[in-house]
Design a protein. Structure first.
Length: 86
């Protein structure tokens, strides 16, 4: 169950990265300030890191799988804290 939930969180991070990159693109096209390069890079880096951690979690068992799933939650929390709530 932990791997399933962390997989959904990892997928959500990918969706967020796509949306933030799209908002930046549209902002540039319409001469409107978007989220900014730092935010786009942070979202893409978090999505890639979460997907890698989820892949590790899906291909391991027991403790290492749980740890990798926890890493996905930590990545999501850090991204939300630094880019959305600060």
């Amino acid at each position: 169950m932990l791997r399933t939930l962390s997989g959904a969180v990892a997928a959500g991070l990918v969706v967020m990265a796509i949306l933030v990159a799209g908002a930046q693109y549209l902002g540039n096209q319409r001469a409107f300030p978007g989220p900014g390069t730092v935010s786009v890079v942070a979202h893409i880096a978090a999505a890639v890191a979460a997907i890698l951690a989820q892949h590790f979690a899906d291909h391991r068992r027991r403790g290492s799988s749980a740890l990798a799933s926890t890493v996905v939650f930590v990545i999501a929390g850090v991204l939300l804290w630094t880019q959305w709530w600060s």
